[in-house]
Design a binder for this molecule. Sequence first.
Ligand SMILES: Cc1ncc(COP(=O)(O)O)c(C=O)c1O
Length: 414
Amino acid sequence: MYLRRRWSLSAPSASDRARLRDKLETGVSGYPMFPCKESTLAVHAGQHPDPQTGAVNVPIYLSSTFELTGIGSDRGWDYSRAGNPTRDRLETALAALEGGLSAHAFTTGMAAIAALVALLRTGDHVVCSRDVYAGTVRLFDQIVSGYGIQIEYVDTSDLQAVEAAMKPNTKLVHIETPSNPLMVLTDIAAVAEIAHAHGAELSVDNTFMSPVLQRPLALGADIVMHSTTKYLNGHSDGLGGALIGSKPEHKERFLLVQKAAGGVLSPFECFLVLRGIKTLPLRIRQHEENGRAVAEFLAAHPKVTRLAYPGLKSHPQYELACRQQRGFGSMMSFELNSRAEAEQFLKSIRIFLNAESLGGVESLASHSATTTHGSVSEEVRQRMGINQGRIRLSIGIEDKEDLIADLDQALKAV
Ligand SMILES: Cc1ncc(COP(=O)(O)O)c(C=O)c1O
């Protein structure tokens, strides 16, 4: 899929032919494709050589505007807010990896979620996972609800609670699985079924898993959202977000949001994500191997409590993780006894960095209550089960023995 044959088109000139081929390969459907596997897609989908020069890397088209060929005619692009060749390539790659109909790149993950909201109207009702990324809650509660859209937070790991929350005006169910930082899973296929039975759509924030470990559209979801800032970029050197749609209406709507609201990813940052995607399957394999090793170490450590990692048989949703994920990832969190212990731990780490974010090659540790969930009240944090001793880890691709040794010495200092 998505990797197109080399074409010999009978277009009039070589340059026209090259442009046409480029255009065909950047997302127009209806042409034969040959099937290939994920690692091949990661290197090649949307990343074919530049037709003009043969450059094997996608050029960064730093042009705000494009010469038109006449009144009302162009070569496929007219103005970069509406479309840019580098962004088209990234969007092709993302659609291919998630198995979607179209993908749309935005300036940040939050801008992508804001674009998702453009599917809604005043009077609509949204069911949202209770422990989503706190930035999503801030957007929904402080901006979206002001437009007369009702947001209801539900423990979406509880299917009965999801069913009970559905209303005649529910248009969207938005979930994050695994959740942040408690790694609670939501059954994507089951929630998709509930949403569809009520005429709503399901969107899944797939940032924690990446398309390598979880493919929500194949499980019945309608839209996938990513903060490309994380695993897709993978090197902590750029922000970005994406929506991957499964229906023509999504493509139409999200293209409109890109053009009308303008929060599109810059060509340079599109290039960085394209570059990151080439090694995504390879990196994820190392993240995964390191994640499992670190989780096993922490699970056996006497100072660590309430370790949340879906790859441990002791995780209450281990069976669901095996069913809907293709691996367990490298995100986890655990508790120390107090904020003071958490502070001592974060002061003592030497390889891990005390920093927010996740999904980069470097391992990070962060204090959930004051970083990702710093904007949430203590009462809500308590209700969510995030206490002052909780530390979240994003395991990078360094040597796993070094990572364990670092955690070991930092825990000894606590
Ligand atoms: C799960 C999840 N979704 C969305 C976001 C927002 O992404 P961004 O920081 O790129 O706006 C984040 C950021 O940490 C996240 O962790």
